[in-house]
Design a protein around this ligand. Structure first.
Ligand SMILES: [Zn+2]
Length: 487
């Protein structure tokens, strides 16, 4: 069985750029830099991901709203840290026709300053809380780093959930729920492994008390940030004068959180963690075509019978609810047609030739295990059902195994450097992820050409050995942090 990661690490960048073009996932020829066109093969899967996520957000008590794309400058300027953090990235709308607007409008880079403006109208009493809302939106950020389709674009597609609570404790519980939502969606549905971190203080969202984020590991050993959650406290409720009367008629500021899964970026992570040398591999439910039927033609044989059987099987599978297609690229060799279906990440391929019909069998190739098997036609539908049920579990298992093999625990600075040189992620003791640890993190980053302290585990208290010291400053350490390069 070929490993899912049998390409060299240096090849990953080329692989990524190549698959986007060959599998027709995105087109980078649109004539604004950093703005790409997503094509049907990726949009089908991303739309499914949006729907699965939306259902889950609804189930966890969130209500969907739709906010305007434009945010007035006066909203934006209210929260100073937020302004400082986002200003360099904001696209401004300044005119209608030839006339200037009286004030500028931001194309939303994120929507706290739209939601909280409205929350001041919507929240009056403790009875209005908790308030759990979200919107599906495209957001705009002039990211000055090199853009990359799905991973880093100047317009991207996400959910942003904005929640308010009576107490800080409830807001902290929401952070844990966001972690559970991330597990249910990214890991269970999309089979993407991740670690949920509390980010260092120097790396938090502008205006937040704390930031938490899910990072996955790409085949090149770099970490990619997926959804993040921010504990905002009363920062934005105070700024926007959002107040509620509690049971004792006292006026108070509610506590806020926000959660932002970017579906376009998650899709970029998904194709990266599951892809292999032959191309894409997609979770069964997300694949635009789940089963491709491939008639094998022979000049000397009864091709009509082959075509008839292909049509019959396609019709049956369609009735059973599968997304099925017959490959009709007659001009291509079987090998080319096999490669094409594998490159597109179609989970199952049924190959049917004239000899098979005589024997009452077909050949089934499965993309999760990269194996071929002859199956009696009588057993075909039961077998496909079984494969469809275990397919995504197999992808998850392989991705988890790779993920775990990429994390190494070390206790010295030299070992840290070695781990990063080997394109892996290090788990190391450092002094702190509060501001007093920043100097040590800065030193690591400068010295290792980009090794970043990603944070500490949020799902449990991850303690080092008793006598552990910070690998940089030598102070006693009671915190294991993860260090990696960032993609
Ligand atoms: Zn230190």
């Amino acid at each position: 069985m070929a490993s899912s990661k049998d390409f060299e690490i240096e090849e990953f960048n080329d692989w990524f750029n190549d698959i986007i073009f060959k599998a027709e996932l995105a087109d980078i020829r649109y004539n604004i830099k950093g703005f790409v066109v997503f094509r049907p093969w990726s949009v089908f899967s991303m739309s499914k991901m949006f729907r699965i996520y939306e259902d889950f957000l609804n189930e966890t008590g969130h209500q969907q709203v739709m906010m305007p794309t434009l945010i007035p400058e006066e909203n934006f300027l209210k929260e100073s840290e937020h302004v400082e953090g986002f200003s360099p990235e904001v696209f401004w709308v300044t005119k209608h026709g030839d006339e200037d607007f009286e004030q500028k409008y931001a194309l939303r880079p994120t929507s706290e300053t739209a939601f909280y403006f409205m929350f001041s109208y919507w929240v009056q009493s403790y009875k209005d809380l908790p308030l759990k809302t979200y919107q599906r939106a495209n957001v705009f950020r002039y990211d000055s780093k090199a853009t990359k389709p799905f991973i880093r674009g100047r317009e991207f597609y996400w959910f942003e959930a904005h929640n308010l609570f009576e107490t800080l404790e409830e807001a902290k519980e929401q952070v844990l729920e966001d972690m559970e939502i991330t597990e249910a969606m990214l890991h269970q549905e999309f089979a993407i492994p991740f670690l949920f971190f509390k980010r260092p203080q120097w790396d938090k969202f502008p205006g937040a008390i704390n930031t938490y984020a899910a990072d996955t590991i790409l085949p090149n050993g770099k970490m990619l940030q997926l959804p993040s959650t921010h504990l905002l406290g009363t920062k934005f409720t105070e700024t926007f004068n959002v107040k509620f009367k509690d049971k004792d008629e006292q006026l108070k500021f509610p506590f806020g959180t926000c959660y932002g899964p970017a579906i376009s970026r998650i899709y970029g992570g998904l194709i990266s963690v599951h892809g292999d040398k032959n191309g894409l591999r997609l979770p069964f439910d997300l694949a635009p075509t789940q089963v491709i039927i491939l008639p094998l033609y022979f000049s000397t044989a009864d091709n009509e019978k082959v075509e008839k059987l292909c049509l019959d099987i396609a019709e049956d599978l369609d009735k059973l609810g599968y997304r099925v297609r017959i490959d009709d690229q007659k001009e291509k060799t079987p090998k080319e047609r096999f490669s094409y279906s594998e490159m597109k990440g179609i989970p199952l391929r049924i190959e049917i030739g004239p000899k098979d019909i005589l024997e009452g069998v077909v050949t089934v190739y499965r993309r999760d295990l990269n194996t071929k098997e002859k199956i009696f036609i009588a057993d075909l539908y039961d077998d496909i059902k079984k494969i469809s049920q275990e397919f995504t579990d197999n992808l998850r298992e392989q991705a988890d195994e790779f993920f775990e093999s990429k994390i190494v625990t070390v206790y010295t600075y030299d070992d840290l450097k070695e781990v990063l040189d080997e394109n892996k992620v290090a788990r190391v003791p450092i002094c702190s992820i509060e501001m007093e640890g920043k100097a040590c993190a800065d030193e690591i980053k400068a010295d290792t050409k980009g090794g970043e302290v990603r944070g500490t585990r949020m799902d449990y208290e991850d303690l080092p050995n008793e006598d552990a010291i910070c690998i940089v400053c030598g102070k006693k350490s009671n915190c294991m942090a993860y260090v990696s390069k960032s993609y």
